[in-house]
Write a protein that binds this ligand. Sequence first.
Ligand SMILES: [Zn+2]
Length: 163
Amino acid sequence: MRDARPPEADGPARVDAAQAASPQADRALLAAACEARARAYAPYSRFPVGAAVRAASGRVYTGCNVESASYGLTVCAERVALWTAVAAGERSFDAVAIDAGPPAPGRAPVPPCGACRQVLAEFGLGWRVLLPGRDGAPVATTLEALLPRAFVPEDLGDARGAP
Ligand SMILES: [Zn+2]
């Protein structure tokens, strides 16, 4: 798990680019999300979530949900992780891991909410999405599967401003 430590340890974690899609790298990404979940600030919902995004650079950025007494201002873990990465200069990503705890019996792993799916789509539809299976191993899906016929920046056409 050395490659998935949270950024506050000593800078963003790095995963060797050649291992970016390896089962080991996926497990490390999910472990990073699990560690971030422990830092969730969720006094109202008591539904802690952690997320970790892996940039094309190989760096991993984590986030947790942060709630507010003004409920509508609450932000999901996925967006905190992504925005942290973007603030660090990243623009290209290949995977996000989300840990909302093990799935309840008979339930699938908790997926990202619709708002987070849309925010992730800002940076492409090629995301692999890793969720914890009942045995703790990553269950993989894709953003494209979770957000079909997505609204993407290209849909703005000429109205799209320069980033
Ligand atoms: Zn969300």
